[in-house]
Design a protein around this ligand. Structure first.
Ligand code: ADP
Length: 198
């Protein structure tokens, strides 16, 4: 589904020396499955996720999306790829603090013009143990609850590609196990998940 071929990215800085964040990365993500990327802090994991999610540009090499080179992609092509294809589970991404958990989920669906039943939303909230927090504003949640809300928001649209940056970083071991179980279930149903962790 997504393939990186010899992708390079360097952050250039006027003040300090430039940083080579991706140095010839090649990687293939199939149509279903779960892939883990492990690496210590500063090794380029977030950069890789940003490139894969179309949030950031690479300098050279190529990224093929469904077999098509993204070299000629316009901003609109990347926007459409991001909005229709990718679900992001990033620490500080895509969750609106002033909205409650339920409003965040509904908004994610509206942005993609997708409809799911109230029952499906409740099932997801149930799996993530968020049912009682449905009407709670995100800025009134704990770190772990917020992380679970972000997971709910990313998964409700059933994106083909889920990009997760330390998705269980703020969770206790029981919640972590539940989230990993959910990932296992959905990748078996035909989604692709990339999990980044240190
Ligand atoms: P990781 O997610 O594995 O911690 P990152 O992809 O965030 O790694 O960073 C890789 C390298 O690129 C690090 O050395 C980091 O300091 C540098 N870097 C990341 N983002 C930027 C940026 N916007 N500008 C300059 N350097 C950056």
């Amino acid at each position: 589904m997504i393939e990186l071929r010899d992708v390079h990215k360097t952050y250039k800085s006027k003040k300090s020396k430039s940083t080579r964040a991706l140095d010839g990365v090649s990687l293939t993500l199939g149509n279903q499955g779960m892939t883990f990327i492990l690496g210590k802090s500063g090794s380029g994991k977030s950069t890789l996720l940003n490139v894969l999610g179309g949030l950031d540009k690479y300098d050279s090499g190529d990224m093929l999306i469904l077999g098509k080179s993204s070299k000629q992609f316009t901003q609109a092509d990347f926007d459409s790829y991001r909005n229709t294809y990718v679900g992001f589970i990033f620490q500080e991404f895509n969750i609106l603090e002033d909205y409650d958990v339920y409003q965040n989920i509904v908004l994610a669906l509206q942005l993609q013009q997708k409809k799911v039943s109230e029952r499906e939303i409740n099932q997801l909230l149930d799996k993530l143990e968020l049912k009682d927090l449905k009407k709670r504003k995100v800025n009134e949640l704990s770190g772990g609850q917020k992380q679970r809300a972000a997971i709910a928001r990313a998964l409700i649209t059933a994106p083909k590609l889920v990009l997760a940056d330390e998705p269980t970083g703020a969770l206790d071991s029981r919640s972590s196990a539940q989230v990993m179980k959910m990932f296992t279930d959905i990748h078996q149903k035909g989604q692709t998940i990339l999990v980044v962790t240190h």
